[in-house]
Design a protein around this ligand. Structure first.
Ligand code: IPM
Ligand code: MN
Length: 352
């Protein structure tokens, strides 16, 4: 008798709509696993802004070590600015996980699901944004002096290392090989003459190892325009932490909104677990109403299964999501409840 393969997942539902969408994503992941003959087990950690109010920390001191033992992390949302400043909650939970586990590739797909009306004329785009996730403009290096005086100075230093830049570019070229073979490398070397000239140099260096991948460098401002005017010309887009952060909200907008934007924070070396999360955040305005769109979290769970080597189950979830949206579920904000959209995806999984 063979024993079904089991993956041990850490669930961090977090704040606001996080718990609702995590529950939905988990139900869908379990249904797909059952169809494909493997098992998932969950350990839920209540780390959140409420946890902070009770304990003074966003996660326990050994939180990172606790998570390290899992195969992957599925996260809902972090942040509840009415009670805990974002600078505290994010630096106490989400960002330390990305950094401690060296999840250097933040992968965000942008395309329209069937039936979803985007704001653009173009409907055929399929973009994979690869955002550097551990250094660059969000390294956290810097400080403030003469605080509170008229002479106050704040310095935030962007740090680009050869290792960091080369590995994210390599990751993007590898991703392009499995897609349409095109990389757009996002730069600003006309104005940032140190870091972005360095980025361009390493783009050329890595490109030499991928003769079959076509690479073009675009300045960040021109890329923002291109994603609106001609998104169908893009395949893999690779960018630094700040540039990628901004472009992926733009990507979410052109795919119909943050309700559809999924993400994976991946450690490609697998020396530590990767983390999967919807891009949307805790959405205080709709929290507790049961109206959050679970599709971004469900898509993120599909990316998790793919990362774990269960490509078939991952593809199954994507097909089910597409079947649900084609039937009108989850395509307009607030038109159905979180549960109704989740049920539509589950139905599609089970009727295949
Ligand atoms: C994201 C978010 C985070 C980021 C914030 C909340 C720190 O905007 O995942 O895109 O910038 O990484
Ligand atoms: Mn962001």
């Amino acid at each position: 008798m063979s024993v079904a393969k089991t993956y041990d997942i850490a669930l961090v539902p977090g704040d606001g709509i996080g718990p609702d969408v995590t529950k939905a994503a988990w139900a869908v992941a379990e249904a797909a696993a059952a169809r494909d003959g493997f098992a998932l087990t969950a350990t839920t950690y209540p780390w959140s802004c409420n946890y902070y109010l009770e304990t003074g920390r966003m996660m326990p001191e050994d939180g990172i070590e606790t998570l390290r033992g899992h195969d992957a992390i599925l996260l809902g949302a972090v942040g509840w600015p009415a009670t805990v400043p974002d600078s505290v909650s994010l630096h106490g939970l989400l960002l330390p996980i990305r950094k401690a586990f060296d999840q250097y590739a933040n992968i965000r797909p942008h395309r329209l699901l069937p039936g979803v009306e985007g704001p653009l004329k173009s409907e055929t785009f399929d973009i994979l944004c690869i955002r550097e996730n551990t250094e660059g403009e969000y390294s956290g290096a810097g400080g403030r002096v003469h605080q509170g005086t008229a002479d106050e100075v704040a310095v935030e230093t962007a740090i680009f290392t050869r290792t960091g830049v080369e590995r994210i570019l390599r990751f993007a070229f590898e991703a392009a090989k499995g897609r349409r073979g095109r990389v757009a490398s996002v730069t600003k070397s006309n104005a940032q003459k140190h870091s972005m000239v360095f980025w361009d140099e390493i783009t050329r260096l890595v490109a030499a190892d991928y003769p079959d991948v076509e690479v073009t460098s675009y300045h960040i401002d021109a890329m923002a325009a291109r994603m609106v005017m001609a998104p169908e010309t893009l395949d893999v887009v690779v960018a630094s932490n700040l540039f990628g952060d901004i472009l992926t909200d733009l990507g979410a907008a052109i795919q119909g909104g943050l309700g559809f934007a999924a993400s994976a924070n991946v450690n490609p070396t697998r020396s530590a677990p990767s983390m999967f999360e919807p891009v949307h955040g805790s959405a205080p305005d709709i929290a507790g109403k049961g109206l959050a769109n679970p599709l971004a979290a469900i898509w993120s769970a599909a990316m998790m299964l793919d990362h774990l080597g269960e490509g078939q189950a991952s593809a199954r979830i994507l097909r089910a999501m597409e079947a649900a949206t084609a039937r009108g579920f989850g395509i307009r904000p607030g038109a159905q409840t979180t549960d109704a959209i989740t049920d539509a995806v589950l139905t599609a999984i089970n009727e295949e």
